[in-house]
Design a protein. Structure first.
Length: 163
C-alpha cells in the first residue's frame, strides 16, 4: 500500500509541476531556477528520451500500458518482494504513468528542466524517476534478485535442472 501511495504522490507532483510550467512559462522560453545549474524551460517532447522516435505516441502508450500491467502483475504475484526491487519499480512506474498521462492528454510530454552547465536534453520529474528507478532496478537484478527473491531461479539452478 505504501508503494501505491508514493507512486500516486509522484504522479501528482509531476502533473502539478507540468501544469504550472504550461500555465506560467511560454513555450520555448525559460525562467531562472538554480542559476548556473538548472533553468525552467517550457518544452514539448513528441518522442522518448533525447527526443528519439519522434511522433511515435501510440507506440509509447502501448509500451507504457504493457509495462504498468506487468509491474502490477509482478507485485500481485509477489515476483518482487525485496524493498530495493519494489522501490525501483515504484519509481519507474510513477515516471511512466506521469509521461503516459501527458501523451494521452496533450499528444506529447511536457519537459521543463534544462541544464545550464552542459548541453543536455530538457527533462521532467517523471524522467528523473524513470532514470533513477531504472538504475536501481538494474542494481537490484544484478546483485539482489537471485539472493533475495524466493523462487528466483539462478543460472546455476538452471544448469542443474538441465543435467
Amino acid at each position: 500500500m505504501l508503494y501505491l501511495i508514493v507512486c500516486t504522490a509522484i504522479v501528482i507532483l509531476d502533473q502539478w509541476f507540468k501544469g504550472w510550467v504550461v500555465a506560467n512559462i511560454e513555450l520555448g522560453t525559460w525562467k531562472a531556477f538554480l542559476p548556473g545549474i538548472l533553468r525552467l524551460t517550457h518544452a514539448r517532447n513528441h518522442g522518448a528520451a533525447f527526443s528519439i522516435l519522434q511522433n511515435m505516441r501510440w507506440l509509447f502508450v502501448v509500451i507504457t500500458a504493457a509495462f504498468v500491467i506487468t509491474v502490477v502483475w509482478a507485485y500481485l504475484k509477489k515476483r518482487v518482494t525485496y524493498p530495493l526491487g519494489l522501490w525501483s519499480l515504484t519509481a519507474l512506474t510513477a515516471g511512466a504513468i506521469g509521461n503516459f498521462i501527458d501523451r494521452l492528454r496533450y499528444g506529447y510530454v511536457v519537459d521543463m528542466f534544462e541544464t545550464e552547465f552542459m548541453n543536455f536534453a530538457v527533462f521532467n520529474i517523471a524522467d528523473c524517476f524513470i532514470t533513477v528507478g531504472g538504475i536501481l532496478f538494474c542494481i537490484y537484478l544484478l546483485f539482489f534478485y537471485e539472493k533475495k527473491e524466493p523462487g528466483a531461479l539462478s543460472k546455476r539452478d538452471e544448469d542443474d535442472e538441465i543435467d
